[in-house]
Write a protein that binds this ligand. Structure first.
Ligand code: EPZ
Length: 429
């Protein structure tokens, strides 16, 4: 397994420019949406990530012709369709469950492995299944699989009113894709409002469905009547979580001055507010964000929440930043039940954090110490890298396959900002 070895440049500020890649969490549902059409679709600005490869492998298994030539991915119908997503593929990436809605809407049936939990929580899909049943699907759970069938043994889904008990990104996306081919109107209420959901709405409209309100909590959809949607050609929006991660890295070092290129501040307003409260200067410069840290960092409290609240995918990175801020900060995680696995690793680097249920109380310390640390999930890994940037001596972040799922060319991008970092092949696990 690979590792990242970072020689902390205590006091050495991050300087330079970093270009943001396309959004992983937009590309994944959009790749699944290609199942709604047999035409040849082209995705542009797609990041070169393990999750993109995994989704492409799943689409090939389902019978699609997929060519990945980052930053482009081409998808077209293959010889036949096998509406089945096996455990071996789904267990690699939970977002594979996003093929469920398109498959049952287009082909009348689907057999998709239950994704199971992951390091950060149980990650149930009850809302996905409840919504599909509202559209007329019969759902059976059998030996770890979801067996879904359209009305009357594989018929066409029917538009319905769907109310989510919790705002779920994947649930909203799955049901948007299913409703896009259901007969008549559907209204989805209490939807997730993330920019990636809004982007999927744009795609479905490009494909000929009628979607209004994507990005708000109520989405109205009129399903297309011709049995399939049209192919599309689309450039994916930038990755706001990647952008926020580099903004936090820039704020980590006194004197940091970084231009985050190709990022939109309006998708990162809450993070920008919190960074400004901590004493960091954030300016929008066209389609770029300038981050400058001129003085001392102040402790700031955050509570994660569905968009437009503070993103849970930025919590671990922000906690690493608070580890060296002056004073106390209280970090509350309200979305996932086990998303503090970066804390024990940061404590080994000298961070002072007290965990109480879904809250971490951080007392800023003057310095962190390099150590060998273990990545456990994508964003926890990023927080360890960020801590390593300012820690004394050397930090080795192991099992960085987690990082490779969501951060394209991370060592190159960090080197471009002056970080002394290298990838170590085959480091001990
Ligand atoms: C998406 O996951 C993202 N992944 C996650 O990013 C992100 O952390 C999460 O949204 C929240 O913003 C992708 O977009 C591929 P949810 P998703 O359904 O859709 C509960 C990353 O780091 N819930 O919005 O799986 C669930 O337990 C990843 O890039 C139900 O109870 O998240 C959680 O508490 C990690 N029943 C909350 O909703 C359901 O049927 C939000 O989960 C579905 C979800």
């Amino acid at each position: 397994m690979d590792a990242l070895r970072i020689r902390g440049g205590r006091g050495k500020p991050l300087n330079g420019r970093v270009r943001i890649s396309g959004a992983k969490n937009a590309a994944l549902p959009i790749l699944c949406a290609t199942l709604l059409s047999d035409g040849a679709s082209r995705l542009r600005n797609v990041p070169r990530l393990r999750d993109i490869e995994t989704t492409s492998a799943l689409l090939r298994f389902l019978g699609r012709d997929v060519t990945v030539n980052a930053p482009e991915v081409h998808v077209a119908a293959g010889s036949d369709v096998r509406p089945e997503a096996p455990y071996e593929l789904v267990k690699q990436m939970r977002a594979s469950v996003l093929v469920l809605g398109p498959l049952v809407a287009r082909f009348g049936r689907a057999k998709v492995s239950l994704p199971g939990g992951c390091a950060i929580g149980a990650r149930p899909i009850d809302q996905h299944l409840k919504g599909l049943e509202a559209l007329g699907c019969s759902i059976r759970l059998e030996r770890g699989y979801v067996l879904a069938e359209g009305p009357g043994g594989g018929g066409r889904l029917k538009g319905a009113e769907i109310m989510f008990d919790v705002p779920t990104v994947g649930g909203t996306e799955n049901l948007m894709m299913a409703a896009a081919l259901a007969k008549g109107r559907s209204t989805l209420v209490n939807c997730a409002r993330e920019p990636e959901v809004e982007e999927l709405g744009r795609i479905l409209n490009k494909m000929g469905a009628e979607v209004n309100g994507a990005g708000t909590d109520v989405i109205h959809i009129v399903g297309a009547d011709r049995g399939e949607l049209a192919p599309f050609d689309h450039a994916i929006i930038p990755d706001r979580i990647e952008a926020g991660t580099y903004m936090i890295a820039a704020a980590m070092t006194e004197g940091g001055d970084v231009l985050v290129e190709g990022a939109e501040l309006h998708d990162l307003e809450v993070l920008a507010m919190k960074l400004r409260s901590a004493g960091v200067e954030i300016e929008s410069e066209g389609h770029n964000i300038r981050v400058r840290r001129l003085g001392e960092l102040r402790g700031v409290n955050i509570t994660t929440a569905p968009h437009p609240g503070f993103p849970t995918d930025m919590q671990a990175q922000f906690l690493a930043l608070m580890a060296t801020a002056r004073g106390e900060s209280v970090i509350s995680e309200t979305i996932f039940e086990n998303r503090f696995m970066h804390v024990p690793e940061l404590q080994r680097m000298g961070a002072s954090v007290a965990l109480r249920g879904n809250t971490a109380v951080v007392q800023g310390v003057s310095r962190l110490y390099g150590a060998a640390v273990m990545a456990t999930d994508l964003r926890a890994s990023a927080s360890l890298v960020i801590a390593g940037i300012v820690a004394d001596e050397e930090t080795e972040v192991r099992r960085i396959y987690h990082l490779d799922r969501g951060y394209e060319r991370i060592e190159e991008k960090l080197q471009g900002l002056g970080v002394d970092v290298e990838r170590v092949k085959g480091a001990e696990a």
